[in-house]
Design a binder for this molecule. Sequence first.
Ligand code: FDP
Length: 331
Amino acid sequence: MDRRITLDEFIVERQSNLQDVSGEFSGLLRHMGIAAKIINRVVNKAGLMDILGLQGVINSTGDNVQKLDIYANEMMIEYLRNSGICAGVASEENDDFIDFFDKKLLRSSYVVVFDPLDGSSNIDVNISVGTIFGIYKRLSEEGTPLDRSDFCQKGIELVAAGYVLYGTSTMLVYTTGAAVNGFTYDRGVGEFCLSHPEMKIPQKGKYYSINQGYIHTFHKGIKNYLEHCARQNKALRYIGSMVADVHRTLCLGGIFLYPATTSNPEGKLRILYECNPLSMIIEKAGGKSVNESNQRILELEIQDLHQRCSIIIGSTQDVDEAISYFHSVTD
Ligand code: FDP
């Protein structure tokens, strides 16, 4: 009988490989799967539920917040709080981290960082959005209040990273540091089923992905690289949801760039909630992720929960080629 392995079965099966004797870490991953199902249900019903549209408030990083962002954020926080195995969270939608400190919860050694609904400017037009998450082991002692340093850890310290893409089908992709595995949501069964085992990014691809509308503000090296892509007849694809653009890049190869611009001189995307988790996934799938100065994203120091960076991520050969263009000019 052809039966697909479910996310829960997969996590339990791999528990011993993770030396997760207490099951705490596996339990946390399973809770991410549950939260994803709940958010997926609402994202799919959004048009029917009068839940679309701008909420009229600005989040801590200056973007318009939409109703669905708020819902997804609340869901993630509540599911992780009630899991009893998460010490606290930091979300792109909140100014500060949230400590789930509870004297009964002495065994919570993990914290979760997430962007509850990446690409939210696409919600109103029924285009793919996603949830991105990363899991760190806390640095402070268990049973004590959390500290900002528990969250501001370099990406190389991530113990797991993943995303859920609410697209033509809903997919959950994650890694705990070995392979990257993808699960597709089967609505009939109500489970994520393993559909993309051991995902590998092609070493080179034909797509490049960037908001070319900002070209006049890019560094000369980036402009030269974009001209090169056009000369090579590479195909431009830009959805405007990082999670969806990176997912395509993972599956088909190519490159995604969000460089520094005049309005975002440090780059727009957040290291903690977007760049680090997606960089871990791409690297573990055999790709590469650096900033405009060719520093590995996963090794960047993080001082601030909402710190941003430029990012060039994707197939190793494409990223190396792009970097060679940046370094061939000196302005
Ligand atoms: P959004 O503002 O819609 O949430 O970080 C957020 C993000 O989307 C990314 O998902 C996306 O890649 C990028 O911003 C799009 O920014 P531009 O509109 O400046 O291209």
